[in-house]
Structures are given as C-alpha cells and as structure tokens.
Design a protein around this ligand. Structure first.
Ligand code: GLU
Length: 486
C-alpha cells in the first residue's frame, strides 16, 4: 500500500446532474474512507470540452453537500494535492505525456479524421472484432514529426501498446482480471485540442493525489487495462481496484432514464429524505448482516465493507426506496418532522398560521405509520388542516342510509354534552348512542368518519375526533347532515 491510510476519490465528469450510480460510487468511497480513517477526495474530471455543461459542477457539489457526503479534499476545500479540477491541471498532463513520448511509450499521430474513418470501414469489412488504430504514425521519422509540428498539422498523442501478452490486475470485487493486450487499442492520451483524455488525466491524478484504492462503476472495467499499462509505462505503483456492479432496471436492463429518474436531485425534489436515499443506495450492491435493511449513515460506516460488495448487477427498486423513506420518517423525532411538515404546509394552499406546533405534532403522531412522504400528511389527511368540502360518493353509497341523519343527530347531541372530549369518552359515547338507537356501532362509525374527514379511510376514528376537538367535530357533523342527501 502506498500510504498508511487509504485515500480514495470520487471523480465525476460534470455532465449535468449527480446520477444515482454516481452517488453509489461516491457513497462507497465515502464509507470506505470513513471506516478506515482515510481521506475521501472529490476530483472533477472536466477535460471533455464537448460535454461541458454550465453549472453542472456546482450542482454536483451542492447535491453531495445536501446528501451529507462531505469530502476532505476537493474544490472549495483545501488539500495538499490540488487543484482538484482537471481543467486546472493541464500542465501536469503535458509534462507526463512528454515523458511517455520520450520513453517511446506514446507517439504523435497526425492521421486525419478521414483516414481513421476509412480504416474503421476496412476493419469492419474484414469483420474484425473491434476497430483499432493501426500504428500508422508510429513509423514516422523524427524529421517528419518535427516538420508536421512546425507546420501546425493537427495531432493527437497515442499510447503505444505492445500488442503481446496479457494485462493482469486484481480487483477486490472481481478477483483477478485479465485482458489480452492484442485487444487494447492505442488509446488517444492527448486530444487535438491539447486536452488529455479521461484515461491519461485519471491515471496521472490518481498517482499524484496518492490514491490508494480506485472504487468505481463496472463500466470502467474495460478501461482499466489501459490504466494499468500507463502505470507500468510510467513506472508507478498501481492503486487497488474495485469495480462496483451495474445498476439495473427491474427488468434487468441497464438502469436508464427511460424507466425512471436517475438524477439524485429528482428524488430529493420528490420528497425522499436524504437518509432514505443513502440507505437505499448503500444496498445497491452490498448487504448488511442478517438481512438488516434499515441503516443510518453512522451504522453504514461501521458495517460497510468493500470486500462484501457483490459482483452481480443490483436492481434499482423504487418500491424499496419508498419503504425505506417511510421507515426513516417513522424513525425521525417528531420535532424534525414538524420542521419539514411546516415547510410543506407553507408551500401548499393551507394557511400555516392556523395550526399550532402542538396540533401539528399530534397529527404527526397519528399519521406516522401511514405516510411514505412528508407531503402525505397533507395528501392523506387534508381534513386535519381544513374541513372537507365534499364527501366521497362511494362511501356515501355504501354507508349513508335514509336514517343516518337522525342517528348522527342523536350522536351529535351526546357528543356536545361531553366534558372531556377524549378518545375513550368518544368511543364509549358512540357505543352507548348505538345501543340507544338499537343499531350496530358501525352504522355510526362510518358516517361519522365520512362527516369529519370526507373520506372512508384513515387512522382510528376516535383519534381523529379528539385531535379535531369538540367544536370542530360538532360543526362538521352538522354540516355533513345538511349537505349529504341521498
Ligand atoms: N470521470 C469518470 C466518471 O465520470 C471517472 C471514472 C473513474 O472513477 O475512474 O465516472
């Protein structure tokens, strides 16, 4: 190992938003660093000018901050190995590509786009398994190269891959991985715009930033032999690799935007708690002991182990995320939910000043087992915030009879007499009233629920009544008796 303490990095290319796969990579790196007392570094890989998106880096950093994955070194945070944005490190790439040129491990290539296209076409006709550069420019003399450079002929710099033997490396998740060198293309290292490709910049920076473990998605596995060759050609010690399994749609295809959201911010905007997102993402490729599924970030730091990450693709199952969201809501102290609920109310048509904190906390308690999102407090039980303006017609058809109004009248009178408007009294009074009327309690319970809430489902009726309080319940009962006509 290069250092005593691990140094790992999350190295996104800022192309718009933080992808859930990117978050998984960031999270596993973070957990690994925190557990081992190492450092977690953020490096922005922005050397592809064609893919530059204004504000993407800021958005990415903001999303990481929101979700709580703080990094020890990176943009906006000091560190000894900066700058941490690749477009600010071009001198390094120049210097090291020159070193490879001198060693004969890289070469100038002046081939035109047209020649490369023809080459690809020819290789296609020959049914070669993959298009590969034919090392045409490797045979250029020093004089020819200098002449071209003096004349300003556009060029790229390519890796000079020796096409024999194999490249071997160990991967924590995949064990030993082997690639045949004859399948490795002479990768472009410096593009014609003078910028490095991902491969060159990535290896140089991992080396200069003393990265000990490269933990990244499986889609980079096929790039790794090129990286290994680069380490060898530079004479540098390699980091330890760990390639994380692919994320899959429920139909086992590769996770794609077509089948749902892939941006972390979309999940945030839909009202998922960061704790639930972290918990869910952690389980995409790793599982805890005894099938435990509910994890807080601190517990993940304790229990996570990169060696236990699976090889098989991990299915992104939104139902599980929903379940975890509801579990994390249940787990949170009421005061925290109160804060979030108030924000939700402020953004709704309800008027926040109408409700005391005490009242809202009671709603939180009563509904806690039923909500998946904070907004569900408003969606599932709007009647706690406003009296119903209409009544579910299905429930009316099923539960409201011609005699219901007179039954409710009796109950309303009895409720009005109550001194203590609490659950027990409300239940007892309802039962006594039903007996007086010689009807089953259900003949009152369902209409009362409909009268006070406008719908047929919800938490316990007596809890709702107690919470709404006497005056409000009486008003609602009277209004329903007037309005519901069958
Ligand atoms: N810039 C690459 C990405 O966007 C980094 C891959 C790696 O971690 O090496 O994911």
């Amino acid at each position: 190992m290069i250092n005593d303490k691990p140094r790992v990095r999350f190295a996104p290319s800022p192309t718009g938003y933080l992808h859930v796969g990117g978050l998984r990579t960031a999270l596993y790196n973070y957990l690994f660093a925190r557990k081992s007392g190492g450092k977690f570094i953020l490096r922005i890989e922005d050397t592809d000018k064609n893919r530059f998106v204004e504000g993407a880096m800021e958005n990415l950093i903001e999303t990481l901050k929101w979700i709580g994955l703080d990094y020890d070194e990176g943009p906006n945070v000091s560190g000894d190995y900066g700058p941490y944005i690749q477009s600010q490190r071009l001198d390094f790439y120049q210097k090291y590509s020159n070193e490879l040129l001198e060693k004969g491990k890289a070469y100038y290539c002046f081939c035109t786009a047209e020649r490369l296209e023809n080459l690809r076409e020819e290789q296609k006709k020959l049914k070669l398994p993959q298009a590969m550069y034919d090392k045409h420019c490797l045979s250029l003399s020093k004089e020819q190269i200098n002449k071209n450079l003096d004349n300003g002929v556009p060029y790229v710099i390519r890796l000079n891959v020796e096409k024999k033997g194999t490249v071997l490396f160990d991967d924590i998740i995949r064990s030993r991985v082997e690639f045949d060198c004859s399948t490795i293309d002479d990768q472009v290292l410096i593009k014609s715009d003078g910028y490095p490709t991902y491969h060159l910049a990535n290896v140089i920076d991992d080396h200069l930033m003393k990265i000990t473990h490269v933990i990244r998605g499986e889609e980079w596995l096929s790039s790794t032999p090129k990286h290994v060759l680069l380490y060898d050609y530079f004479g540098w010690e390699k980091p330890i690799f760990a390639h994380l399994p692919l994320l899959l749609n429920p139909d086992k295809s590769k996770l794609s935007k077509r089948q749902g959201d892939v941006a972390v911010e979309d999940y945030r905007d839909k009202g998922y708690l960061k704790e639930a997102i972290i918990n869910f993402i952690a389980l995409l490729g790793w599982s805890g002991k005894d099938n435990k599924e509910f994890f807080l970030l601190d517990e993940l730091i304790q229990e996570f182990s990169i060696e236990k990450v699976h090889k098989a693709g991990a299915v992104f199952n939104v139902e599980k995320l929903n379940w975890l969201n509801s579990e994390h809501i249940k787990y949170k102290p009421n005061e925290e939910i109160l804060y979030m609920l108030k924000k939700e109310i402020e953004n709704s048509n309800f008027r926040i000043e109408k409700y005391t904190d005490y009242y809202l906390i009671q709603i939180i308690d009563v509904m806690k087992e039923r909500v998946t999102f904070i907004k569900d407090y408003l969606m599932l039980s709007p009647y706690f915030f406003e009296a119903p303006i209409d009544y579910d017609s299905n429930v009316i058809d099923k539960r409201w009879r011609p005699e219901t109004t007179s039954h409710l009248k009796k109950l309303t009178e009895n409720y009005d007499k109550l001194e203590h408007f609490n659950k027990d009294q409300l239940e007892e009074t309802l039962k006594i009233t039903a007996e007086e009327l010689q009807i089953g309690a259900g003949k009152l319970i369902h209409p009362v629920r409909l009268a006070v809430s406008g719908i047929g489902v919800g938490p316990g009726l007596y809890e709702i009544l107690e919470l709404l309080s006497k005056d409000e319940v009486i008003v609602r009962l009277k209004r329903a008796m007037e309005k519901i006509k069958i």
